[in-house]
Design a protein around this ligand. Structure first.
Ligand SMILES: *Cc1c(COP(=O)(O)O)cnc(C)c1O
Length: 388
């Protein structure tokens, strides 16, 4: 086999991307310079949000979003079990408890029916969450109209984990517009839609949240005398008002992000072509292909197929067969509540049966901007062989 291994995801870096980073390296500012704000404005503008705060990872973005929403000890955060651990860990960082809402077995996103049922119980028991984090799994939006309506009934803050969905849309508005949430979080890890190496962002339309996010990103320090407690000591003076962090992104990373933002529509277009080609190429095989919600324009971060029992092959056999053919498939996700840390916190196998059943069958096939038609045809051909 002299074919190069095909990963499940990979960044696309152009000459212009490289030039943008080099320019910053020759400039006066490597961090906290002018490019960060330009990058924030570019993303906010693309999404139709008023404010954006860039940070050093999607995980940091989730953390400060939870803090800005007021999440703390004694509170509870709900999210989906079918996500990366960071969507739940951000609640633990704040000292809050975590609970999960099972997925819709059709879309693999947090189920609004389950949410309604669980909220009903929680309202009676006095265990309502303070924050709800729906995750737009694989790049396809959750049914935000219902989720937001349900959360609104009980005064729960909604933070969209849109780490898969930069460039996606829902009911005609861009993901990140915060039309259905207090805040939306993106990740710019290299496997995601656009990259800054490591990086993330929180978007919001609320000035109060924006100001909190800005403070939390950089130690809880402010420099504007108008917002200080007491008198300023002089032009050098700053004041720490909250316990914040150093979650700043660098100007090199922001420059890469700015340059990648120019390519985002092209990125998502190619991904949607690849998704359609998979749909066509895999038709007729004993695999469950992804479903498309009519309200959602997916960013196509992942292309997940399910290997049901009737296929005659187990997921593990198919996974190994692909690996042996140089196709580095992946699995998204091991349900978070099955992780030992969460088991020690009281969760059990069987708690969220739809997420667990989905996990047993799921494989993520290669899906990224630079995947060629030839490589994709090889993936499809290999699957056909393995399932014959
Ligand atoms: C990637 C990802 C994160 C974390 O983002 P990082 O930038 O890697 O910290 C959080 N949630 C989801 C759903 C993700 O896919």
């Amino acid at each position: 086999m002299n074919r190069k291994p095909i990963p499940y995801a990979r960044q696309s870096i152009s000459e212009a991307d490289i030039q943008a980073v080099v320019e910053v390296l020759r400039s006066d500012w490597l961090t906290q310079g002018p490019v960060i704000e330009r990058f924030e404005r570019a993303v906010a503008g693309h999404c139709g949000a008023t404010y954006a705060v860039a940070v050093n990872s999607g995980t940091s973005a989730l953390h400060i979003a939870c803090l800005a929403a007021g999440l703390g000890p004694g509170d509870t955060l709900w999210t989906t079990p079918n996500t990366f651990v960071a969507s739940a860990n951000c609640g633990l960082y704040c000292g809050a408890s975590i609970d999960f809402v099972d997925i819709d077995p059709g879309t693999y996103n947090l189920s609004p029916d389950e949410l309604e049922r669980k909220l009903d119980h929680a309202a009676k028991d006095g265990t309502l969450p303070k924050v709800l984090i729906p995750v737009h799994f694989s790049g396809q939006s959750c049914t935000m109209d219902r989720i937001t309506e349900l959360a609104g009934r009980y005064g729960i803050a909604v933070i969209e984990d849109a780490c898969h969905a930069t460039g996606g849309s829902y009911q005609g508005s861009r993901i990140g517009s915060c039309a259905f949430s207090a805040m939306t979080v993106f990740s710019f890890h290299p496997v995601k839609i656009i990259t800054t190496g490591e990086g993330g962002m929180v978007l919001t339309n609320r000035k109060d949240l924006y100001e909190k996010l800005i403070r939390l990103r950089s130690h809880g320090i402010i420099r504007d005398p108008a917002h200080m407690e007491g008198e300023s000591h002089g032009p050098w003076y700053y004041q720490q008002q909250d316990l914040g962090f150093n979650y700043r992104i660098t100007d090199m990373q922001a420059a890469l992000g700015m340059s990648q933002m120019k390519r985002i529509d092209e990125f998502v277009r190619r991904r949607s072509v690849l998704a359609r080609q998979y749909d066509e190429g895999l038709r007729g095989l004993p695999l469950t292909l992804p479903s498309r919600h009519p309200d959602a324009g997916s960013a196509h971060h992942l292309y997940v197929v399910r290997v049901p029992a009737v296929s005659g092959r187990t997921r593990a056999e198919l996974f190994t067969g692909l690996r042996e053919a140089g196709i580095l498939a992946n699995v998204h996700y091991i349900p978070v509540h099955l992780q030992p840390l969460y088991q020690r916190r009281g969760f059990h196998a069987g708690d969220f049966p739809h997420a667990e059943q989905y996990y047993r069958e799921a494989i993520s096939l290669p899906m990224y901007f630079g995947l060629t038609d030839d490589e994709q045809a090889y993936v499809i051909g290999t699957l056909r062989k393995l399932l014959s």
